[in-house]
Design a protein around this ligand. Sequence first.
Ligand code: PHE
Length: 364
Amino acid sequence: MSSDIDKESADWLSRIDAAATPADVEAIRIEALGKQGAITARMKTLGKMTPEERKTVGAALNNMRQTVQDAIQTRKVTLEDAELDNRLAAESVDITLPVADRLPGHIHPISQVMDELAEIFADLGFAVKSGPEIEDDWHNFTALNIPEHHPARAMHDTFYFPAEGEGAPKLLRTHTSPVQIRTMMSEAPPIRIIAPGRVYRSDSDATHTPMFHQIEGLVIDRDITMGHLKWTLETFVKAFFEVDDVVLRFRPSYFPFTEPSAEVDVGCSFAGGTLSIGGSGDEEGREWLEILGSGMVNRRVIEMCNLDPDEWQGFAFGVGIDRLAMLKYGMTDLRAFFDGDLRWIRHYGFSPFSVPTLSGGVGA
Ligand code: PHE
């Protein structure tokens, strides 16, 4: 019996040795050791043997299975190595061939505009700050002089998280203004920062999406006035839209965290179906377009951040980045910004290789 097994084992080994390709070896493996394989079938007969037989035959069968398995493994590796050697010897790479045409990625207009804004404000000495998108009630509302039950809370359609324990539930920040609070709490004035980022409100139509982008500006020092605010905003709008003839209109408004507050409109024209920024909105054929909210930081907000409002004062503003992008680059539906449609990004996106920079002007 065991010489039988020796013979069978030798047969397998010579077949394995004769195999010419890794696929041939694999076929032999299945034939011998696969689920329906010959050796597998032999192993199954062990159960029907007497303990005596099992001792001798079992050992021989196990031995055969192991030997065949090892031989298959070794032969496979040898053949695979040989195949690779042959390919390496035969193939060559023609580096002069043209490469396959792959579409490059695009920079999203929002990222592009954020970079432009950071560049403009960096030139004016502003640092860039960020804060959490999941905010607490205190930073998003209370510290900004919007106490609980204040009607101004209703101006923001807030997304709240389920309440956890005692305190007010967490929320998705409804504006970038909490970064003002975080900066005043953690840094000593003078402060000059911008904070771009995502904000959330439960709102959706052609000009509103539940997630959108704002950029916050904050300046705190000893003698800051509305004059500084006006100059800063004018300089920013001129640089951003790349026009000198910019006229801004400051319209009295209300924000709980600024006093006085102003909404700012820019003069523009929609003549011929395209928007051009410039001139006074009161001129014939022109109109005013609202672009941001601003004001002098409310004394109570400064106090809330443990600063002395008799020593420190300043201004703040908040601009919708998506709005700016639409105005500058002529996009009409805000929702398309976040659809992830490749055709849209190929049309409106910016090439990473020729990004328009403000210092270089808008290139191709
Ligand atoms: N946070 C305000 C908003 O989202 C905008 C704003 C910022 C107004 C700073 C004044 C000062 O509507």
